[in-house]
Design a protein around this ligand. Sequence first.
Ligand code: GP9
Ligand code: MN
Length: 698
Amino acid sequence: MKTAVRKLRAGLNTKLGFFLLTVVLFALKSYWAYQNKFNLGVKGSVQHFLLAFNTIPGALIFIGIALYFRGRLSYWLMSIINFLLSTWLFANILYYREFSDFITFNLIKGSSATSNNLGKSLAGIIRPSDFLVYVDVIILIVVLLTHLIRVDMRYFKVRYALTITALGFVLFGVNLGMAESNRSQLLTRTFDNNYIVKYLGLQAYTIYDGIKTGQNNAIKSKASANQLKPVRKFLKSNYASPNIQYYGTAKGKNVFIIHLESFQQFLIDYKYHGQEVTPTLNKLYHASDTMAFDNFFHQVAQGKTSDAEMMLENSLFGLPEGSAFVTDGGTNTFQAMPALMDQRGYTTASFHGDVPSFWNRDNAYKSMGYQYFFSKNYFPVTKNYDKGYGIKDKIFLKDSSYYLEQLPQPFYAKLITVTNHYPYLLDKQNKSIGKLHTGDKTVDPYIQTAHYLDQSIAELLDYLDKTGLRKNSILILYGDHYGISNNHMGAIDKILKTKKVNNYQLAMFQKVPFMINMEGLKGGINHTYGGEIDVLPTLEDLLGMSSKNYIQFGQDLLSKQRNQIVSFRDGDFVTPKYTKYDGDVYYTKTGKQIKHQTKAQKKQLDDIQHYVTTELGLSDKVMNGDLLRFYHLPGFKKVNKKDYNYNLNHGLKQLKHAQKKKKTSVKAENNNQSTFDEYSTDAPELKADPTLKFPKAK
Ligand code: GP9
Ligand code: MN
């Protein structure tokens, strides 16, 4: 025993020994902080392993820098680097507590809104246990000063230092490989900063953020107002003027944007053993006061939900790679729908049962001018209330009504559902329909979660009817993108009853529902070809706000001047005549492939392709170059991100204040009686645990 202790001490008295001790303590402390100070959503053994493992490579590389220096200096450097890394961790802990996200370079630069109030509130949010991140630094300095561990003055060969650095990089490579196999496209799709920290650690996240920010800023600094000229020219020549029959018919109404997660058009009227999978949405689809579209396509790329949101709020495309919400959402200038509505006296709010950092919504929404973002932490925690990406739809929509009824009217409210999300997890008690039998296990429950989503919409509509909200609102419902991706060809074959699905059928499989419902609206099934990019101009015209001067790429779906060219994000397209998908060209009406194009056809196809490429390219220019900062939209007040704060306590206070100032909320109009109990749900979780504790403003 004694010899073991002696050996250990002798080991620690060498430079390598002290270095390894520093690394081990640093790794342990970081792991402790990841577990206790952040909500990284670690699930399963691989993720748990990676959370511990990812603390090591960074420590080896950074603290290892000290090994290149001699004598006492190298010991001091180890402590200083450790101190700096720990301070970065400390700062992130505080920031995370307030904003549920990590610090970014844009924030440090001060260009992002999130820096507001941080300094002021810092003192209020520190907890004594936060200082534990310095414990190892202090211990190591004390043992050195008291000579409990002696400084090894011997020369540490550069060769060895290089080996340590190389080891750090190799381990990082292993880390990255394992992370990618657990979560593919981790770095290209950039879902959530939480993911990067969970998989790769805080240091890797910081470097990654730095590189992305640098690349981004380089493009933006080269951009100029001149680049807007071709954009404006293109938009002017492709402007589709509104349909006077519909223009302004929804003026002054509340707007509901109901985001149907992963909901495809084929589900409409789809039957499972004679039973309708989505009876509520089917009924709505066929209702006489619903305008429904049966040739409406999603146009998202990797940014999926966030791309759909980008198109719906801005009529700008997402990017070919990654998510524009993440890369540009927090920093660009936008002239988005929430801001446009705000400036017309509307209250604007987005509701979502996931953490606010996902898809960088917590920052992107500020640029778009959302007054409120009711994310997961605004909702009461009940037993089994979430699944997959967030709160189950029935509970989410019911609990949303608690805030909805408090919003001064008119309002613009976006409700983002999430339960119908791959891999369609749902507990037994919520399943009330059988599953598909495609032989692809992850796809089979799709109709079960879609059925559940449909039921949740039924409950919401019932509430809107009961409270009278339905009468003075316009409802926009849309599926954001495919639920069954092209990685599941076998399952698609089973659903479409095809032998081997071809590219035409795959293109048509990208249809998602789009419906506009409003009392008195002249409805019907509209066959125009369109997509998500067109939603905003359609809504603007319905609300009577001309989009003529806006930098928006869509065309009003109700206009008679539409060109009906639907651009997919990868440059493929659908028009009433031709469909191009993955390089193959078909007649849209018949699905017959065109193998040999005539001269005339080639010309037509070239023209369409030219339009599609130009449209996507110009939208990318606007996004990458942040061109809207150069565009003065008459009558529009530029959004100042600093005016927005979605911190729970702040949001609750703001809501309280808003109701005092403007007494037009549903609750106020109901003699200040809550309508919450009028919202009936059969959510079994709420039956089992009916006490809902909504957070209170402090
Ligand atoms: C997460 C949810 C899902 O918050 O919106 O996003 P998706 O994976 O569909 O893009
Ligand atoms: Mn989605």
